[in-house]
Design a protein around this ligand. Structure first.
Ligand SMILES: *Cc1c(COP(=O)(O)O)cnc(C)c1O
Length: 386
């Protein structure tokens, strides 16, 4: 008996391979860091989001050990049953205080937080307005919310204004990455807030890449956005914070509403409390992390200066740890990434459909854990290939 669906799937895989779009999982041994063992090879990694080098930090590891002794491994139940541990609760309060919002809610991942927020705040009578370069999880969340979903060109506020003016929806929700994950640029927060105020909309900002890094670690919110009841802030905690999870910070009524309505919060087992203990320690490290942020900043300046005259690709204008080197075609990006790997430097090629067609790139990410030598090696290797 032939199995047509399986055959189609195998043809689909073959087509991805032919188009250089097939994705592979590299095998990591040991801890995350600037130097890692991947597929058995020791390399300098320029692709983690561990911007402050906290993922394997001894203080976080100790916090994990201590919590492990006290609360074991599993949370055992969902937050609304018996899984909501005092450590989760303490982290939420500490996080809200740190980012300057009245209340916060801890989700297991950023993907789930985005699903939870968008599906709870925008229903069938709502409209979601999203930047075209928003992270995939925000796109999925908007689509699953059942709201109408309108996308505007990257940071094109005039287009967004026209769309808001034309909207007849009951609830409007403007959604944007705060630091764009594939470009590294920063959204115009106050201008977005002006539009949210002008058209009585919520503004949801996903700061997966700014939290821990920008403004003394507090992330990319401006003072106005911090103070605004309309602004809902998301930090993911598996990137600069070095652990896992995501926290939404907002007006207390928004948080109360999410606890009642956000299905990815309600219908899932709480994350292990020991992770919340790690997050509390991570928050302390972030608060006291100016030296780490200064180191990170020096590496960014060093890389940008070093790659100014490169011909093989162009660095996008970015002041954040995300430094994309745009190459163009998928195959070229893959070849360049391969040539770097042969020199012991791990920089992934990002291809369509993750980024628009013909903008395939090397997504270089920097960390406070990189030494100046690490960056020099990358700069020299790119010039040697150029
Ligand atoms: C990584 C990322 C997410 C997803 O967060 P996870 O905690 O990894 O699920 C959401 N939004 C943006 C912009 C991201 O970069």
């Amino acid at each position: 008996m032939s199995f047509a669906a399986l055959t189609r799937l195998q043809q689909g895989l073959a087509a991805l391979q032919a188009d250089h779009l097939e994705r592979h999982r590299r095998l990591l041994d040991g801890a995350q860091g600037a130097h890692v063992t991947i597929d058995g090879q020791r390399v300098v990694s320029f692709c983690s989001n561990d911007y402050l080098g906290l993922a394997a930090d001894p203080a976080l590891v100790s916090a994990a050990h201590a919590a492990l002794e006290q609360c074991g491994v599993g949370a055992g139940a969902a937050h609304l049953i018996t899984g909501h541990h005092r450590l989760h609760h303490e982290f939420e309060a500490a996080f809200a205080r740190f980012v300057g919002k009245p209340a916060a809610l801890l989700f297991s991942t950023g993907y789930m937080a985005n699903l939870g927020v968008l599906t709870s705040l925008a229903g069938r009578r709502g409209e979601v307005f999203g930047d075209k370069l928003n992270h995939a999880s925000l796109v999925d969340a908007a689509q699953l919310s059942g709201a109408s979903f309108t996308r505007y060109r990257h940071n094109d506020l005039a287009q967004l204004e026209g769309q808001l003016a034309a909207s007849t929806a009951q609830d409007r929700l403007i959604v944007s990455d705060l630091v764009f994950s594939m470009d590294g640029d920063i959204a115009p927060v106050d201008a977005l807030l002006d539009l949210a105020e002008g058209f009585d909309a919520w503004l949801y900002l996903d700061d997966a890449h700014g939290f821990g890094v920008l403004n003394g670690g507090r992330g990319g919110l401006t003072e106005r956005a911090r103070a605004s009841e309309r602004v809902i802030y998301l930090a993911t905690l598996g990137k600069a914070a070095g652990v896992a999870g995501a926290a939404v910070a907002a007006h207390a009524s928004v948080i109360d509403w999410l606890v009642q309505k956000a299905r990815p919060y309600i219908y899932t087992t709480a994350s292990p409390p020991l992770l919340a203990a790690c997050l509390l320690e991570s928050l302390r490290q972030i608060e006291a992390g100016d030296a780490r942020r200064e180191r990170l900043h020096s590496r960014i300046v060093q890389l940008r200066a070093g790659l100014e005259s490169l011909k093989v690709g162009t660095l996008m204008p970015s002041s954040t740890p995300i430094q994309p080197l745009v190459v163009g075609a998928n195959a070229e990006a893959v070849q360049l990434s391969q040539a770097l790997l042969e020199r012991g430097l791990l920089v992934p090629a990002i291809r369509t459909p993750t980024v628009p067609k013909d903008t395939a790139r090397l997504r270089i990410t920097l960390s406070a854990a990189h030494s100046a030598d690490d960056v020099t090696r990358l700069v020299e290797a790119l010039h040697a290939i150029d």
